[in-house]
Design a protein around this ligand. Structure first.
Ligand SMILES: Cc1ncc(COP(=O)(O)O)c(C=O)c1O
Length: 391
């Protein structure tokens, strides 16, 4: 009997689509003179003292694998850092895992807790990896629409309505990419209460925790009785301008870290050694550099939001991360059309809101982690473009 024809690649992979951000990144790379507000990464190089620590470690020949969990010194520093920042006690030997960025942490967290068909509740719009990581782990993402009028915050009642006997986790990410929303403590407490009542795990991506402007970030694990059921994911990419070093971490119960570790050990082995050395230095003495960068981002944030409003694009006030998320509804274009025409006609790259989910339609994401001069020029070009659209 002839064998039934099967696709070369798995059905699971065919369920996910390539990131809508990368497509624009590739377009930018193929054109000259483009100002990119597209990719979400700091325009600063990693602070010198951090780079120097890594260079010195290379000179000394620290080029081997580290412990699979991550260097003990880094885990100790991280434990101290989380205690100091949030009053949380994580055992460096069993409750912390050094990962290849929050990207790996997201993958491990989902794979460690999900069985086929398990549901994970999350916000729409949301960071592009969230739903794909759930699908790749065999789960089903369940989207909760969030709106500008509600500060793009997830709401406990909306979450509760979507809980079924298959729900395993709630995935939150605040300060948020793409909206720049920061969740208030009050709202987070209500979500925590729902999670506790339904015995759900909270996966909390807090990669932008240090990048907040005039408001406080609340760590989900620091809320009463939440440490045991929260997988806290953090990283060095954004706060310390260390995207290329690929270092992040997961903090959770011994049981969950143990499960994540099993996958990490077989698929990754350990995070890059020199990146881990750099991360130790960042935790020991990176605070001043972070504060300086945050002050700079804040100046650019104010400039960007004011400028967007001035050219006729109403903009929700972002209080965290480094993104503005203006509405482009008044132009009559879809967010894809807007982004595509803008880059071709005015050479400014932004990301269409639809790349982040259905509720992102009608918006574009503009990253302001770029120089004030570039933001000013980008706004002038966008102003011309918007005028023509409304024309
Ligand atoms: C919300 C969010 N989570 C995670 C990541 C991935 O970060 P890392 O560089 O630590 O893998 C990003 C990167 O843009 C992000 O915006």
């Amino acid at each position: 009997m002839p064998k039934k024809s099967r696709g070369v690649t798995s059905q699971r992979v065919s369920q996910i689509t390539p990131s809508g951000i990368r497509r624009f990144f590739d377009l930018v790379a193929s054109m000259e003179g483009v100002i990119s507000l597209g990719v979400g990464e700091p325009d600063f190089a990693t602070p010198w003292h951090i780079r120097e620590a890594a260079i010195y470690s290379l000179e000394k020949g620290y080029t081997m694998y580290t412990s699979n969990l991550g260097m003990p010194e880094l885990r100790r520093e991280l434990s101290r850092h989380l205690k100091y920042k949030y009053g949380l006690d994580y055992d460096p030997a069993t409750e912390l895992l050094i990962t290849i960025g929050v990207s790996e942490g997201l993958d491990l967290a989902n794979r460690a807790i999900l069985d086929p068909g398990d549901e994970v509740i999350m916000a729409d719009p949301g960071y592009v990896s969230y739903s794909s990581c759930v699908v790749l782990a065999g789960g089903s993402p369940v989207m909760v629409p969030t709106y500008e009028k509600n500060n793009f915050e997830l709401n406990a009642d909306d979450i509760e309505k979507r809980i079924t006997d298959k729900t395993k986790a709630i995935l939150i990410g605040y300060p948020a990419n793409p909206t720049g929303a920061v969740m208030s403590r009050d709202k987070l407490e209500k979500i925590a209460e729902v999670a506790r009542r339904h015995k759900l795990t909270v996966i909390s991506d807090e990669i932008y925790s240090s990048l907040v402007y005039g408001v406080e970030h609340t760590c989900a694990a620091s809320l009463p009785r939440m440490k045991e059921s929260t997988i806290l994911l953090g990283g060095f990419s954004k706060a310390y301008a260390m995207t290329g070093w690929r270092i992040g971490y997961a903090a959770a119960s011994k049981e969950i870290i143990g499960a994540m570790f099993k996958i990490h050990q077989y698929t990754i082995m350990c995070a890059p050694t020199m990146g881990q050395v750099a991360a130790i230095e960042a935790l020991k003495s990176g605070d001043n550099s972070v504060n300086e960068m945050v002050a700079d981002y804040n100046r650019r944030r104010l400039f960007m939001v004011k400028g967007l409003k001035k050219i006729g694009l109403p903009c929700f006030e972002p209080r965290g991360a480094f993104y503005a998320f203006p509405s482009i509804k008044s132009t009559g274009l879809s967010s894809e059309e807007f982004a595509e025409k803008l880059i071709r006609e005015e050479k400014v790259a932004v990301v269409p809101g639809s790349a982040f989910g259905e509720c992102g339609e009608g918006y574009i994401r503009c990253c302001y982690a770029t120089s004030l001069a570039d933001i000013e020029e980008a706004l002038a070009r966008m102003g011309r473009f918007v005028k023509r659209c409304k024309g």
